[in-house]
Design a protein around this ligand. Structure first.
Ligand SMILES: NC(=O)c1ccc[n+]([C@@H]2O[C@H](COP(=O)([O-])OP(=O)(O)OC[C@H]3O[C@@H](n4cnc5c(N)ncnc54)[C@H](O)[C@@H]3O)[C@@H](O)[C@H]2O)c1
Length: 326
């Protein structure tokens, strides 16, 4: 049985991926400091270690104690807006702490790493759909920390024995295994819209209605967390077979405008979502959607869920978990 160390495994995408790993027969160890995650989202079969990725001596000891076959590195702060207003914590957590962690893995000769990067590394792309060969010029500290860690992985892989798959996720959405999205503060469009539908929030603040898009609002690509989890299983198998280091986009390759997302939220919930139109936010690119052809061709990844499925599963979870994890 292979053992996978999952950092940030108590977070939204991490905890759902942990369930898929268990189903696939992996042994799972979760390392999370619970700064933003929820212990309630972890099943009892996993070994949970409450610790920061940067606690060097403890991480080295953990790697000595357990024979780790691969690492999935989700742990990070993940709010674009917060990274603009408080860049220090992003450089510190997502870059400095991640580099300390990476060096621990290198010292202990861990060979295979899967990393959660982001479409935010592309900044304002010159082409749509976005493919992996495009230049990356992030426009916020969050995107930059992800890009710099991608580059660190590349140089480590060129010069040491480590191999990686770095995934550039587009917008993760949906719920599964009784686990849903409960970020604090919540910044993602679907959970906020559903909270408006539930009466938890009065209005949905729609930032920017005068973009050069079909209905004036931003267009984004959404991908179900279960499809993301599946990609991680494929990446582990690829690395286990001695596959090369890779960068892959993870999106469904289709863009939905903010108004379209809100309309589907109304259809799914049967509730009117009250909208307050606001000015554009600085640094919000008008249109972002992925070409995911590379991972489809090379690893055989095939997203199974459409946006409506994501919203339906999220709604089913939010209705029962009105206040999230309490
Ligand atoms: N949610 C998205 O749409 C999205 C999009 C692109 C990329 N990502 C990336 O995917 C990953 C997971 O995102 P998420 O939405 O599940 O976020 P999340 O906040 O729900 O999960 C992150 C987890 O990491 C833990 N963590 C943070 N810093 C840590 C540290 N120093 N040591 C140990 N644990 C630490 C938190 O406690 C939390 O459990 C992140 O790296 C994020 O940047 C997410």
């Amino acid at each position: 049985m292979k053992t996978i160390l999952v950092t940030g495994g108590a977070g939204y995408i991490g905890s759902i991926t942990v369930r898929r790993l268990l189903e696939e027969g992996y042994k799972v160890i979760v390392l999370d400091n619970l700064s933003r995650g929820h212990i309630e989202s972890l099943p009892k079969e996993v070994t949970f270690i409450k610790m920061s990725i940067s606690d060097e001596q403890k991480v080295l000891a953990l790697l000595d104690q357990h024979a780790i076959d691969a690492v999935i590195h989700f742990a990070a702060y993940a709010y674009v807006g917060e990274s603009v207003t408080d860049p220090n914590i992003y450089y510190n957590n997502n870059l400095i702490k991640s580099l300390i962690f990476l060096e621990c893995l290198n010292k202990k000769n861990i060979k295979n790493i899967v990393f959660s990067s982001s479409c935010a590394t592309y900044g304002l792309p010159k082409e749509i759909p976005i493919h992996e060969g495009l230049e990356q010029h992030p426009v916020n500290p969050y995107g930059l920390t992800k890009l710099l860690f991608e580059q660190a992985l590349k140089f480590y892989s060129d010069n040491y024995s480590l191999h990686f798959v770095a995934f550039r996720y587009f917008n993760a959405a949906g719920a599964a295994y009784d686990i849903g999205e409960d970020h604090r503060p919540e910044t993602h469009i679907i959970p906020i819209a559903l909270k408006v539908a539930l009466g938890e929030i009065e209005h949905f603040e729609l930032f920017g209605t005068d973009y050069d898009t079909s209905d004036g609002t931003c267009i984004r690509d959404y991908v179900h967390v279960l499809d993301l989890a599946e990609a991680h299983i494929l990446a582990l198998k690829h690395l286990d077979k001695g596959g090369e280091s890779k960068f892959y986009n993870l999106g469904i390759g289709k863009g939905y405008s903010n108004r379209e997302v809100l309309k589907i939220c109304e259809e799914v919930t049967g509730k009117k979502i009250s909208i307050q139109e606001k000015e554009r936010r600085a640094g919000d690119p008008p249109v972002l959607y992925a070409s995911a052809e590379k991972i489809k061709k090379e690893l055989g990844w095939q997203p199974r869920y459409e946006l409506k499925d994501m919203i339906q599963s999220a709604w089913d979870w939010h209705k029962i978990n009105l206040k999230g994890y309490v």
